[in-house]
Write a protein that binds this ligand. Structure first.
Ligand code: CP3
Length: 346
């Protein structure tokens, strides 16, 4: 099977298929009992991400059940701060906890000297997956965008108001810019190495860009990501890049015009008629079913999935969620959604 026979790759390159390809953000995870089993045996969450045999197994779990058109490498965006030397822990019920980086002085605690040695297990996972996946399934690599990574690195974990990172970025942009520059370098190299190991497309998650005002969003969201896309494309021009600037609002249009990405992943709030006319002529679109529809299931899920398909499947479109699957999602509802998308005729 040639690369362009794979539904996801063909669509990301602007081609047409008999139905849209689909995969789901966070398709591997706690909503699957078989994931919870491997997770419990792995010990820590980072151990799971950095043990190739286990990471391969949990990557394949949703594919076995639902035969998505793409598998996303199982890892986490926070392996980059870990590989740069920051202390990263995942605590039950609390999410990620990091020893915060908040000043120019703190930056000296980060170093890219061991970056790729520490990330070697991720590259090995990618290599193993290229052999383990069904031939029609596309392998997606991924990374967090610099701003989103920085929110965890500076706030020390999840945040409600992002006041610490914003204050640093607004009051001392040159100093904060050094952190972003380090993350641009690390992320571009990381994505290139995933592609060299066998990732066929990559997605960049900028999950927290929507908290910034316009000029700051351009500076800390769009500009660093555009540079990463440029570097990835310079080394691997045929590898599609999907970008998820969650919460960018009307600036999705600027991302479509300026980011260089092949596809934009729409968050749940993006109006689809607008997306079709303002964005879909410029790049492929992905999204944007509310993950809670997948928790609801039944008639609500069917109605909403069909609305998304009706609005966007006429152009280059990858069916997905507007954000990651929630842990309380019943696996049966994912099966229902897979049937709806696979039965859709363009
Ligand atoms: O299936 C997949 O999508 C691949 C794996 C994947 C994970 N995280 C696994 C994971 C991917 C692509 C991510 C991306 C990620 N990680 C993002 C961007 C997407 C988004 O959701 O906005 C972010 C912001 C993170 C950081 C992160 N990792 C947080 C905030 C948390 C805690 C919240 C939570 O859901 O527990 C994680 C942990 C995490 N990453 C889990 C999984 C399966 C749960 C960990 C566990 O098993 O306990």
């Amino acid at each position: 099977m040639g690369q362009d026979d794979k539904r996801l790759l063909r669509t990301l390159r602007g081609g047409r298929c008999e139905r849209p390809p689909f995969w789901l953000m966070r398709q591997a995870g706690r909503y699957l009992p078989e994931y919870r089993e491997v997770r419990a045996a792995a010990g820590g969450f980072l151990d799971l991400c950095l043990t190739p045999e286990l990471a391969v197994e949990v990557t394949l779990q949703p594919i076995r059940r639902f035969a998505m058109d793409a598998a996303i490498l199982f890892s986490d965006i926070l392996v980059i701060p870990y590989a740069l030397g920051q202390t990263v822990a995942f605590e039950e019920g609390r999410g990620p906890v990091l020893a915060p980086i908040r000043t120019t002085g703190d930056l000296s605690r980060l170093s890219d000297a061991a970056l790729h040695d520490r990330l070697a297990p991720v590259y090995e996972t990618v290599r193993l997956l290229t052999k383990a996946l069904p031939q029609e399934t596309t392998l997606i690599g991924f990374a967090g965008a610099p701003w989103t990574l920085a929110t965890y690195m500076v706030e020390g974990g999840a945040s409600k108001d992002f006041a610490t990172i914003k204050r640093w970025a607004y009051a001392e942009p040159d100093s904060f810019g050094r952190l972003i520059a380090l993350l641009v370098d690390a992320t571009a190299d990381y994505l290139c190495k995933q592609i060299e190991a066998g990732a066929e497309a990559v997605q960049i998650f900028d999950s927290w860009i929507g908290v910034l005002p316009e000029t700051e969003l351009r500076r800390w969201g769009l500009d660093p990501v555009r540079e990463i896309v440029r570097r990835v494309k310079a080394a691997h021009r045929d590898t599609p890049v999907i970008l998820f600037p969650r919460g960018a609002g009307l600036l999705y249009e600027t991302y479509a015009a300026e980011s260089g990405a092949d596809a934009l992943s729409l968050d749940t709030a993006v109006p689809l008629g607008w997306a079709r006319s303002a964005l879909q002529g410029r790049c492929a679109l992905q999204g944007n079913l509310d993950p809670v529809m997948l928790v609801a299931g039944g008639a609500a899920l069917e109605r909403e999935a069909e609305r998304v398909l009706r609005q966007l499947a006429g152009g280059p479109f990858v069916f997905n969620l507007g954000h990651g699957i929630l842990p309380q999602t019943p696996p049966d509802h994912v099966a229902q959604l897979a049937d709806i998308v696979k039965g859709w005729k363009i």
